[in-house]
Structures are given as C-alpha cells and as structure tokens.
Ligand binder design. Structure first.
Ligand code: HEC
Length: 193
C-alpha cells in the first residue's frame, strides 16, 4: 500500500472510531438507559427540546435518582401532568384501570422499582397501549410525574426503596385528602429551561 493510501485508510479508521465514541456519549456520563421491552439504548435526541437541561434532569442523568422525589415544589406539577397524561389509563390515584396500578410494590417490570427503570419505561414505553411518552412530556416533566407516582405509593415506607433514608423516615403511605401548597420552595421553583 502506498503511503498516501495508508494515511487515507488510517484517517477513515480514525473517523469511524470517533463516530463510535460519539454514539457512546449520546447518553451522558455513567448510566445507560435502556428500553424496558427491547433493551435498546434510549436515544435522548428524540426528547422534546424543552426541559432537557434543567438542573434536575442533569442530576438525574448522572445519579439515576429522581431529585424531585418528595420535593413539595414538584409534586403539584407532577400531579397535574399525571392527571392529564396518565390517569386516563392508570386511574386517578394510579390504582390501575386499563393500565396496571402504579401505587403498590408490584411491578410487571421489576426495574420500575428504581427511578432509572421507571424513567426508561415512561420514556420508551411498554407493551400494548403503553406508548413511549417522549413526545408527550419533556424529560423534566417525566421526573415530575415520577415524583407524583412515588408520592401516591400506598404501601409501607420500608418498601419504598427509591426514597433516601431520611425521606423514608417521614414518608406516609398515600391516603389522599392532602392539600399541597400552591408554590412551596424547592427544586421545581427554579425556572425550567
Ligand atoms: C393509553 C393508555 C395509557 C396511557 C395514557 C399511559 N399508560 Fe402506562 N401503561 C398502560 C398499559 C396498558 C400498561 C401495561 C403495559 C405492559 O405491561 O407492557 C402500562 C404500563 C405502565 C408502566 C409499567 C408498570 C409495571 O407494573 O411495571 C408504567 C410505569 C406506566 N405505564 C407509566 C405511565 C405513565 C407515567 C403515564 C403517563 C405519562 C402512562 N403510563 C400513560 C397504558 C397507558
């Protein structure tokens, strides 16, 4: 092979390696989120452009833990989103309807017990009428909906493995009849980007 040909093919290899590397960082640091049904890596390029870079989303993408759980400023927004996007199939209190209950410790897909798994199911969808939600909700809204679903949990706090130890101590199984303040301080008071 002549020298010039060799350098062309070397730079092609270099370009290919770069593309592979780019593919690998399409999802940010650490966690690889996968479709609950197919196991394919989720592509966040498909997400709605708004609400992609909030502090909450950034934190979640590296930690896999929903920073909005039990944050009062996120719960009311999460409730509104849940009532418009999810309750028609999952019931007003996530007790189950066409879709399964989301307020107890039983999961069709056990990974939904983790925030990482729950997020992946919401983003990428499940079977039948559980379609992917990435065109319905922004990434930030998904975290808010998730916080509300976790808040609706009706079983013993010890089973709420997604909570921090401190949160678990004060968590009460959802019993309804609570009035959430309109704009309590917290992470969701920050303006969404
Ligand atoms: C059109 C009806 C419909 C809507 C709207 C809908 N779902 Fe579902 N959902 C379903 C069905 C049906 C299933 C069962 C699918 C399966 O088992 O794969 C399901 C399954 C799920 C699961 C898996 C539960 C488990 O036990 O593992 C989660 C989590 C979930 N939905 C969350 C949501 C959230 C959050 C929303 C709103 C953003 C939503 N769904 C909107 C119908 C719906």
């Amino acid at each position: 092979m002549s020298n010039s040909k060799r350098s062309v093919s070397l730079s092609l290899i270099g370009a290919a390696a770069c593309l592979v590397a780019l593919g690998a960082i399409a999802q940010t640091a650490g966690i690889t989120f996968r479709n609950t049904i197919t196991g394919e890596v989720l592509n966040f390029d498909d997400a709605l452009p708004e609400g992609k870079d909030t502090a909450g989303v950034k934190e979640f993408m590296t930690s896999g833990k929903n920073p909005y759980n039990e944050d009062a400023s996120c719960l009311k927004l999460g409730e509104q989103l849940f009532l418009s996007a999810c309750s028609g199939c999952h019931g007003h209190l996530a007790e189950g309807k066409i879709g399964p209950g989301l307020n107890d410790a039983y999961w069709t897909y056990p990974q939904n017990e983790t925030d990482e798994g729950l997020f992946s199911t919401i983003y990428g969808g499940g079977q039948a009428s559980m379609g992917p939600q990435y065109q319905n909700l922004t990434l930030d809204e998904m975290l808010k909906v998730m916080a509300w679903i976790r808040h609706l949990f009706k079983e013993a706090p010890e089973k709420a493995s997604w909570l921090t130890d401190a949160q678990r101590k004060s968590f009460k199984p959802y019993a309804g009849h609570e009035t959430l303040p309109d704009s309590p301080p917290g992470k969701c008071q920050e303006k969404a980007k």
